[in-house]
Design a protein. Structure first.
Length: 255
């Protein structure tokens, strides 16, 4: 064998050569993954995890459980989406990220409105430059809305029906119940890109269910049906019970 010119070629020759068929490369995958994870966790001014997730997610189906993709999902989930420039994270990459974190107890740094905003603008950018510019105006950041820093103009949206169609795969991973009602009414509904059924379901939410959902230190927890099913990290819990009795539940350990 000719050796020393390429590590990749050397490995291919070693693995494919019948003379060395009894050789096992132990723990190679674990070694590579550990090194990759350490690289992602290092604080750096340049984080390429959105680009890497976009590259790999576009080549694998959402149903595939891949170690590399899972590491990239964990890395991107801790980055607020509004800090990622449009174009760095692809629609396929975003869809994979949302499918892996939706209704799961995983750290996710982006609030639900910002998630919708990023998804809609990203899709609009793919449809046309005019639509992209319009959505940047029609969808202010959450900070701008909360601080009344901007007046939203109902500028006509070009290709809004096409945008609504392209947005459908992402919509199913957005929990609109976590978005403030006034934002739904004043900002999202007038865009006409979210199915009416979804909006109406939020408006008609049955309050008798008395369900609740929590975000603790950036980790979103699924909806719980009763106080007995609260995430352990919320304990101790103080509650006011009928008829005016104050109750404190002690710390609950993870089971």
């Amino acid at each position: 064998m000719t050796r020393g010119y390429s590590l990749e070629k050397d490995l291919r020759l070693l693995i494919n050569n019948p003379k060395y068929s009894d050789i096992e490369i132990l723990y190679l995958q674990d070694f590579i993954m550990k090194g990759f994870k350490n690289t992602l966790e290092k604080k750096s001014t340049e984080n390429y995890s959105p680009e890497l997730l976009s590259k790999f997610a576009g080549k694998m189906p959402l149903t595939v459980d891949n170690i590399l993709l899972n590491l990239l999902v964990e890395a991107v989930a801790t980055i607020p989406l509004n800090t990622i420039e449009f174009g760095r994270l692809s629609i396929a990459g975003l869809q994979y990220l949302l499918s892996c974190t939706y209704e799961k107890e995983k750290p996710f740094a982006t609030r639900e409105y910002e998630l919708f905003r990023y998804s809609a603008i990203l899709v609009a950018k793919q449809v046309s430059n005019d639509a992209f510019k319009t959505f940047l105006k029609r969808l202010p950041t959450l900070d701008q809305l909360e601080n009344s820093m901007i007046q939203v103009e109902n500028e006509p949206i070009p290709d809004y029906q096409k945008i609504a169609k392209e947005l459908e795969p992402l919509i199913e991973f957005i929990d609109f119940r976590r978005i403030k009602g006034s934002i739904l009414v004043d900002i999202i509904e007038p865009l006409e890109i979210v199915p009416t059924k979804i909006i109406l379901n939020v408006y008609r939410q049955n309050m008798n269910k008395r369900t609740c959902a929590f975000t603790v230190n950036g980790t979103k927890y699924p909806e719980v049906p009763s106080w007995n099913n609260l995430p352990s990290k919320l304990y101790p819990v103080a509650s006011l019970c009928y008829p005016g009795q104050f109750r404190i539940q002690p710390h609950k350990k993870n089971i």
